[in-house]
Design a binder for this molecule. Structure first.
Ligand code: ADE
Length: 226
């Protein structure tokens, strides 16, 4: 998979990338960061301007974004804009994006982006939650993390990605490791039994119970689709 990330603050992103999960990017996935300023058509490398009609904040200009996306060629599967008014990001969106070969992500900044970009260039708008961040960079990194770990050989252990909370609409089961008893707290006996059938039943039961208690919204969906 190839991911191209368009941003007004490439240095912030590169610093964040050095610090995080993205060391795992290898031959299976490449990430290219594009500084929108490089695609500006004016002498001052301006990429934002005042909003028509007035209002606070600056708006990302359309030209650098069009130029950048068009320079990426026809292999692009999706051009995703990170924005608080997009579709709420879920595991199911991560799953479907992980099947694509070439993603382009546009991180919004300032007051947003000229709406003509959204109307014509963007194929999908994604929000990471009902709160507003100062830019779309962290949302983009979050999306990339969730998608890349689903690609075989990127995570190293695809089975464990498939067993995650949310993969089948239920929260995960509690996990334990040795010692079997610590400060009077015991690992559930069934997990120590070696009986795989019983363990699977226990996990299934407790996952349903936790989902019912903690996330009634997910539980409702789970029951409706069962
Ligand atoms: N940009 C600012 N806030 C955001 C959010 N919640 N999701 C996606 N992009 C954003």
């Amino acid at each position: 998979m190839r991911i191209d990330l368009l941003t007004a603050v490439p240095d912030q992103l590169r610093n964040a990338l050095d610090l995080t999960v993205f060391r795992r990017i290898n031959d299976e996935a490449t990430l290219h960061i594009h500084d929108l300023r490089t695609y500006s058509e004016d002498d001052h490398c301006q990429i934002d301007d005042y909003p028509y009609g007035g209002g606070s904040g600056m708006v990302l200009k359309p030209e650098p974004i069009f130029r950048c996306v068009e320079s990426l060629g026809s292999s692009v599967d999706e051009v995703i804009y990170l924005t608080p008014d997009g579709e709420l990001f879920t595991q199911s969106i991560a799953n479907s994006l992980s099947l694509k070969n070439h993603l382009v992500l546009l991180s919004g900044h300032y007051k947003g982006v000229d709406h003509r970009v959204r109307d014509t260039l963007i194929t999908r708008e994604v929000s990471i939650g009902d709160f507003v961040l100062s830019g779309g960079e962290i949302p983009a990194l979050l999306l990339i993390d969730a998608v890349l770990r689903l690609i075989p050989k990127v995570l190293g252990d695809t089975q464990s990605a498939l067993e995650d909370s949310f993969q089948d609409g239920l929260l995960g089961a509690p996990t334990y490791t040795r010692p079997a008893s610590y400060r009077g707290l015991d690992v559930p006996e069934v997990l120590q039994s070696g009986n795989h059938l019983k363990i699977a039943e226990w996990r299934d039961e407790i996952r349903q119970q936790r989902t019912r208690e903690r996330r009634p919204d997910l539980w409702k969906q789970y029951v409706a689709h069962a």
